[in-house]
Each structure stands twice: as structure tokens, then as C-alpha cells.
Write a protein that binds this ligand. Structure first.
Ligand code: GLP
Length: 245
């Protein structure tokens, strides 16, 4: 492992995705050991899976933790295997022994989108804000589902998914047409308010996105570049994802 401390972020590079997961899990476990009622921000997608698997192997008790998912597809029926509510429940809550009543996912079938977005913001605020937000990164630089062009001041809202994101995520669905066109996502300002951000990426397909996020211009055209302005960011990478740094 090699490590470099910058002014605002720490980059931690490991040999493989499993090592990335173990190191990131130790970071989360350390937080929860010190604060058993910590508030976590949860990301779905493949990047954080090794973290969740490694965290499940630690002795840390996560039952008093509160958690807020980053995003949810719009329009998938309740219980759809690819809805993030289902993924969070089956791949994170059950695996980690979180208390289901303390785990929140944005509403994917809101009667009133604006009201649902601000209700989610209120729930995060009422919980005291997010202590540690786990993040993956899309190949186009999205975080949550904040696609290129999203305002840095954006809040939880419904967004249209970029064609590239729908193509990237088609692997989870039977056809490209079955991938939802919209999602409810925490905004960039919402994410930025978390006290610590933990970004995870592995594999060569993320190398260019990581390079642009960490060393490219800070621009709404590449949402993950906003991380350069956050005072507490740790980036866990494997060597392939770090190759262009
Ligand atoms: C998805 C999610 C993001 C995730 C990203 C990367 O679309 N909305 O939260 O970070 O894409 O996914 P993966 O980790 O599978 O590459």
C-alpha cells in the first residue's frame, strides 16, 4: 500500500479490490467503535461491495448505526430486485446487521417529487447529518446519480440518467430498455455536507474517472471533482484505478 496526504484528501492505494475493501472497512469500523450511533451514507453499485463484505467480518456492532442511501431508481415496483431499496436490504442491511428501521432509502415512487426530496433532506438533518458518506464513482464522473452538469448546490431531487449511466448499469437488467430513465438522488450539496467522504474505486475502467476527479479541474461537468474542495476525503483505490494519478 502507498499513501499520499494532500491538503484536503488522502489517497490510499492497495494491491487489489479485496485489500481496498479491507482498508475501507477498517476506516468505517473505527468510526463506529468510537461512535456506535454514527450516521453512515450508503452507496450501492459494485465498488463498495468488498467494503461491506470486509465490514461484516469485523467484530463491530452496527445495530445502532443510522444509514441513508444515496439514491434510488424512479419507477421500479416495490420489491424489484434492482431497486436500491431491495439491494440495500439484501446486500447491506442483512449482511451487516443494521437495524432496518434506521436505514433510509429515497422514495422511488414519490407522489410528489419535490416534497419527497425535501423530506429526505429533513430526515438526514434530523439524524444530525451524515458522519461518513461512502461513494462510488460513475465512469462519467457521477456521484450518487448526479450526472455531469449537476449543480454543486443541488439537493435531493429527481434527475434524468445519462445514456452512459444507463448503458453502464444495463448489466444489472435484462435489456437496456429495462433500465429506468430517472432516479431520485441526494444532491451534490447534500453529499458535500457529510463530515467525511470515503470514495472507493477499483479496476482499470475507473482510472480515467479517478484522474479527472482528483486532479482535473473542479467543474460541474465532472461532478466528482467537487471532492477536491471537501475538507475530509479518503480515497481507497486499487492499483489499476490509481494508474493515471
Ligand atoms: C451507480 C450508482 C452510484 C455508483 C456508480 C458506480 O449508477 N448510482 O452510486 O457509485 O453507479 O457503480 P459501480 O460501483 O458499480 O461501478
Amino acid at each position: 500500500m502507498s499513501q499520499a496526504k494532500g491538503q484536503t484528501l488522502t489517497v490510499s492505494v492497495h494491491a487489489c479490490a479485496d485489500n481496498v475493501g479491507e482498508a475501507a472497512a477498517e476506516r468505517v469500523a473505527g468510526l463506529v467503535r468510537g461512535n456506535p450511533t454514527a450516521v453512515l451514507g450508503l452507496a450501492t453499485g459494485s465498488s463498495p461491495v468488498p467494503l461491506y463484505e470486509a465490514l461484516a467480518l469485523t467484530d463491530v456492532d452496527l445495530s445502532a448505526v443510522a444509514a441513508f442511501a444515496l439514491d434510488e431508481y424512479i419507477g421500479l415496483p416495490a420489491g424489484h430486485p434492482q431497486s436500491y431499496a431491495t439491494v440495500v436490504r439484501s446486500q447491506i442491511v442483512e449482511l451487516l446487521g443494521l437495524s432496518p428501521g434506521r436505514v433510509h432509502v429515497p422514495d422511488g415512487e414519490p407522489a410528489d417529487e419535490v416534497r419527497a426530496g425535501s423530506a429526505y433532506e429533513s430526515e438526514i438533518r434530523a439524524a444530525g447529518g451524515v458522519d461518513l458518506q461512502i461513494l462510488g464513482i460513475g465512469s462519467n464522473g457521477h456521484i450518487g446519480f448526479n450526472e455531469p452538469g449537476s449543480s454543486f448546490s443541488s439537493r435531493t431531487r429527481v434527475v434524468a440518467l445519462a445514456d452512459r449511466t444507463r448503458r453502464d448499469n444495463a448489466r444489472f437488467f435484462e435489456t437496456l430498455q429495462a433500465v429506468p430513465t430517472h432516479a431520485m438522488t441526494q444532491g451534490l450539496a447534500t453529499i458535500f455536507e457529510a463530515r467525511h467522504l470515503l470514495l472507493i474505486a477499483h479496476g482499470p475502467s475507473k482510472a480515467r474517472a479517478i484522474q479527472r476527479a482528483l486532479s482535473g479541474p473542479v467543474t460541474e461537468d465532472f461532478p466528482a471533482s467537487l471532492l477536491q474542495r471537501h475538507p475530509g476525503v479518503t480515497v481507497f483505490l486499487d492499483e489499476a484505478a490509481a494508474a493515471l494519478l
